[in-house]
Every structure is written in structure tokens, then in C-alpha cells.
Design a protein. Structure first.
Length: 356
């Protein structure tokens, strides 16, 4: 007898065959009706038909295994970053809180989203470097890949006893995880997972927009229903999302960088609501959003000019703006790490010339 629940079987089919959860549920229901069996038995039958093995025991998933729509999963990961909690308006008019954490394991990174009581229950207890086990979160598609959303069924265990703990790299190493350091002059316009070190040489604009509190995509106001509507989640109470455009110079070249969300707010040193209020005041003075965004960047956040940082993301070519870096994250320069990188490069050069 297979020791897996129906949900676990569905998750394995999703992961190994790429079918949607809705399609799998429909096929299970058809098999159950046709053969007069339970849906659990029908799920086992469907897995056998599709060639998906159902081994005994708990499936030890990793972040790279997750697919939006999966449920009844658990992930063991280390906390990489924490962003300050933010308030948002619920549909009933009350105020809620949401906080984002970046977690990682040996296969990749994901965003862990804590809602309302989970913020007060877990946020203060967790710090970068802590290892946690996230049990039964909702797995959703976010702007930057898979996200784990804590819900009423979710449990988070700190310092779990789990074989996956030993696989997770220490936080000192993971900053370069999947990213390669490059010089701006060497970029060709389509590189992925690039890391650049440079100085903020220009501030182009700072803008905000209303976004869905779940997927953070832009939402539009519908006058007919008097509500903000997300294409995926329907009517929502929006939260403010920040976009910062700046120029980075590394002495070999110059590139325009776009930074979004919590990372942009963190670099600017203010929360999204404060930034949005600054923009509104400028617009009330007669400026357009574009003009206000440029003025705010140049006159309020100018102290950022000359600051040396590390940015990581993907390089793209824009028809009008040329080569761009769409940054996923940033951090200040760690001199000890930079010394180690320089030593590593020197060793590679020596080896190339028959040295050590």
C-alpha cells in the first residue's frame, strides 16, 4: 500500500510530468467515476499510468523542485535576508501586516511571505543564517520565481532535525550562489545571473505603483466595481511597490540598473509609503509622475551618489535604453570577500602561466 496522501501524489505528478493541478484533479475524478474507486486510489492509478514512482516515505523536496500549485510540501532552507514588515489594507477594511524573507537551500532561492499573525509569531525569532523547515505553505508564482506563502496550515520549525540541513551552504558562501562576477565592459546584453561591483554614478528616477499584496504585479483601479483588480487574484487591497533606476560605473564601463520592491526601498532607506507620499506632494505641485520621479531621485536621494555596492541580476537589451541590468538584489561591498575573490583570480592566473 502506498503511504502517500492524495495531495502528495498530485505533487509528484506535477513535478515529474508538468501537468497543472486542475488537469490532474479532473483526470483523478474521471478515473474514480469510471472504476468506482476512491480518489486516492484513482490518484495512485493515474501515477502508475504516467510512470510516476510512488516510493514509501516523505519526499525530500528542494526549492528547485517546487512548482506553483503544489501543496502539502515541506522545505528546509536557510534565511538569507529579512525585509521590514509592512502594513496593508484587507478587503474588510482592517489593517494587516506582511513581511518577506529570502531563503535558500542547495538548489536555489525563494521568497517566504509571512502574513498577519505569522509576522508576530515568527518574524522576530528568525535571523539571517538560521535554518528553518517550512511545512505546508502555499506554493505560488512570484515576480522572481517560486514563492512560499504561510497560511493557517503552515508551521515553521527553527533548527530542524532533517538530512537536508547538511546540504545547505553557509551564508558566507551563498552570496555568490549562481552568480558570476563580471566587468561591465564584458557584457554582451543577454547574460543571466550576473554580479557587478560598481559605484552609483547617476539617479534616473524613483517611482511607486499599486501592486497586488500576493503576487506584487501592478493592479488597476476599476471605477465600476470601485476596487483594485489584480489579473490573477481579482479584487485586492493594493500595497505600494518601489522602482529605482540608477546608473552604475565600475571604471570599465557604465550600465543602467533597475531595482524593484523591498530591495529598492532598502537601498533608499525609506519605506514605500514614505516614498509614495513624497511623490504625491511633487505631483500636487504640478509635476507629472515622470518628472516627479526624476526630481525626487535627484534632489532627495542624491546622497546615494558615489556609494559602492554589489548588484546581481540579469542583463537585457532595451530598444530605447540600451543594455540594462534588471537587478534581483544588492548589498554593500564586503572587503574580506573582495580580497578572497582577488586571491582566487590571482591563483587562476598563476595556474594559467604554470605557477602554483
Amino acid at each position: 500500500m502506498v503511504g502517500l496522501t492524495k495531495e502528495q501524489i498530485i505533487n509528484r505528478i506535477i513535478r515529474h510530468r508538468g501537468l497543472s493541478k486542475e488537469e490532474i484533479e479532473e483526470r483523478i475524478a474521471e478515473l474514480a467515476k469510471t472504476h468506482g474507486i476512491s480518489e486516492h486510489a484513482a490518484a495512485v492509478m493515474l501515477a502508475e499510468e504516467l510512470g510516476v514512482k510512488l516510493e514509501e516515505g516523505e519526499e525530500l523536496l528542494h526549492i528547485a523542485d517546487l512548482v506553483p500549485g503544489m501543496s502539502n510540501v515541506n522545505i528546509v532552507a536557510r534565511v538569507l535576508r529579512k525585509f521590514p514588515p509592512r502594513e496593508y489594507k484587507k478587503r474588510d477594511g482592517s489593517t494587516g501586516r506582511v513581511a518577506n524573507l529570502i531563503i535558500y537551500d542547495s538548489t536555489g532561492q525563494a521568497r517566504l511571505v509571512l502574513w498577519d499573525n505569522f509576522v508576530s509569531k515568527y518574524y522576530d525569532e528568525l535571523s539571517p543564517g538560521d535554518v528553518i523547515k517550512v511545512i505546508d505553505p502555499l506554493v505560488k508564482e512570484g515576480l522572481r520565481g517560486v514563492e512560499l506563502h504561510a497560511n493557517y496550515r503552515t508551521r515553521i520549525i527553527k533548527d530542524p532535525e532533517d538530512p537536508r540541513v547538511e546540504e545547505i551552504p553557509p551564508i558566507e558562501e551563498v552570496r555568490t550562489y549562481n552568480y558570476r562576477r563580471m566587468k561591465i565592459k564584458d557584457l554582451e546584453g543577454s547574460e543571466r545571473f550576473v554580479e557587478l561591483r560598481g559605484t552609483i554614478a547617476r539617479l534616473y528616477r524613483v517611482i511607486t505603483y499599486d501592486s497586488c499584496p500576493e503576487c506584487r504585479r501592478k493592479v488597476d483601479y476599476d471605477p465600476a466595481s470601485e476596487s483594485w483588480v489584480c489579473p490573477e487574484h481579482g479584487p485586492v487591497k493594493p500595497v505600494k511597490m518601489v522602482v529605482l533606476d540608477f546608473g552604475l560605473d565600475d571604471s570599465t564601463g557604465y550600465i543602467r540598473v533597475t531595482l524593484f520592491g523591498d530591495d529598492a526601498s532598502e537601498l533608499l532607506g525609506e519605506n514605500p509609503e514614505e516614498i509614495d507620499e513624497r511623490l504625491k506632494k511633487l505631483i500636487e505641485e504640478g509635476l507629472t509622475m515622470r518628472e516627479a520621479g526624476r526630481k525626487l531621485a535627484e534632489e532627495t536621494y542624491y546622497p546615494l551618489l558615489g556609494r559602492e555596492i554589489i548588484v546581481r541580476g540579469n542583463v537585457t537589451e532595451d530598444k530605447f535604453l540600451g543594455t540594462l541590468l534588471k537587478a534581483r538584489t544588492w548589498e554593500d561591498v564586503d572587503e574580506r570577500r573582495e580580497i578572497e575573490l582577488a586571491r582566487r583570480e590571482l591563483r587562476e592566473v598563476l595556474r594559467a602561466f604554470g605557477g602554483e
